[in-house]
Design a protein around this ligand. Structure first.
Ligand SMILES: CC/C=C\C=C\CC(=O)SCCNC(=O)CCNC(=O)[C@H](O)C(C)(C)COP(=O)(O)OP(=O)(O)OC[C@H]1O[C@@H](n2cnc3c(N)ncnc32)[C@H](O)[C@@H]1OP(=O)(O)O
Length: 305
């Protein structure tokens, strides 16, 4: 018997299993971030704010890394059930920090060999892609609230959120073409699916033109437009609180299956949820929630997961 199995079997099975096989994080383990502010405005609702307001919340290397760490960690904090993402200061986010972009190109240029330059670029793009995808990989629903500028990388970021809201003053631009780039961290893959109109999505990507909150609502990029950020956050926290009161097993499995199904045939998505629910349906949440529904009782309390 390997030493791991011996430890699990004979020492402190619960502790060892939870540390090695089912690692979750406590709230206290969420790191302090330099470019993000994280708070818990309501029970089970976490608020992640982009926090480089003097630089329009533009994404530096540190910020790319911290967003990834933040969403990956929140995914494993049981007390966190829903995440609201917004930006501090004048703008939601001005996209990638252009200095970082130029610096990355210069660093790659210092390498002599084309294959090694390519590997450098490949790795940075992958790193940035993984950051955006961390919102999708996070099993907790992520709701974005954007205000004023939402440009370039910021559009990539919000298209990876589960639900999007904005303020009346918000404007958007898939700006990449104007900085000489094809969008490479998710907009080309996600925006057409999010808005459900390939022609409109392609026009926005080819032209990089600004579009306002009204148009964002019309094309389905955002669910609702609120007069200002304060109102938007209050309404969105209420929506988040409602979601957070429901069975976290049901909500998180719903997210996992929606994400799984978005790029697969219905047959595969249906099989995936069949397998997940063949386990979940034996759990306590279904019984508790179903009895409450049938007896018109208040929403029951559910254990964290
Ligand atoms: C692997 C690659 C992955 C991702 C690639 C993504 C591509 C993109 O994101 S493309 C989009 C890049 N972003 C932009 O082109 C935006 C450029 N900025 C603006 O349009 C405006 O600055 C603004 C964001 C609309 C804000 O305008 P305003 O309110 O008038 O304030 P400013 O004085 O212009 O800016 C305030 C402050 O922010 C700095 N800043 C703004 N944007 C950027 C940026 N993208 N990179 C670096 N810094 C930026 C600006 O310099 C000001 O700072 P000061 O220190 O006061 O100069």
């Amino acid at each position: 018997m390997s030493s791991l199995i011996k430890t699990i079997a004979f020492n402190q099975p619960r502790k060892v299993i939870s540390n090695i096989l089912f690692r979750t994080f406590t709230k206290a383990e969420l790191p302090q971030f330099e470019t993000l502010a994280v708070s818990e405005p309501k029970k089970y609702v976490y608020h992640v704010e982009l926090n480089r307001p003097k630089k329009s919340n533009t994404l530096t290397r540190t910020m790319w890394q911290e967003i990834n760490t933040c969403f990956s960690t929140l995914s494993h904090i049981p007390e966190c059930r829903v995440i609201v993402l917004s930006g501090q200061g004048k703008h939601f986010c001005g996209g990638i920090d252009l200095q970082t972009l130029v610096q990355m190109a210069a660093e790659a240029d210092e390498l002599d060999d084309v294959a090694r330059k390519a590997r450098f670029h490949y790795n940075f793009i992958k790193y940035a892609q993984d950051t955006i995808t961390s919102l999708e990989d996070c099993v907790k629903p992520v709701i974005s609230v954007s205000h004023n500028a939402c440009i370039g990388a910021a559009v990539n970021l919000i298209t990876a959120a589960d639900m999007r809201y904005c303020t009346e003053d918000c404007w958007f631009s898939v700006r990449e073409v104007d900085v000489g780039l094809a969008p490479d961290v998710g907009t080309l893959q996600r925006l057409p699916k999010v808005v459900g109109n390939v022609s409109v999505a392609r026009e926005l990507c080819f032209t990089g033109r600004n579009f306002d909150a009204k148009e964002a609502k019309e094309i389905g990029l955002v669910s609702e437009v609120f007069p200002d950020k304060e109102t938007a956050l209050a309404k969105v926290f209420a929506i988040a609180e409602n979601i957070a009161s429901k069975s976290p097993i049901a909500v998180q499995t719903t997210k996992v299956n929606l994400v799984y199904s978005q790029s697969r045939p219905n047959k595969d998505g249906l099989e995936h949820i069949r397998l997940l629910n063949s386990v979940n349906n034996q759990g306590e949440d279904l019984t508790k929630a179903a009895i409450a529904q049938a007896t018109k009782s208040p929403v029951p309390q559910f254990d964290n997961v």
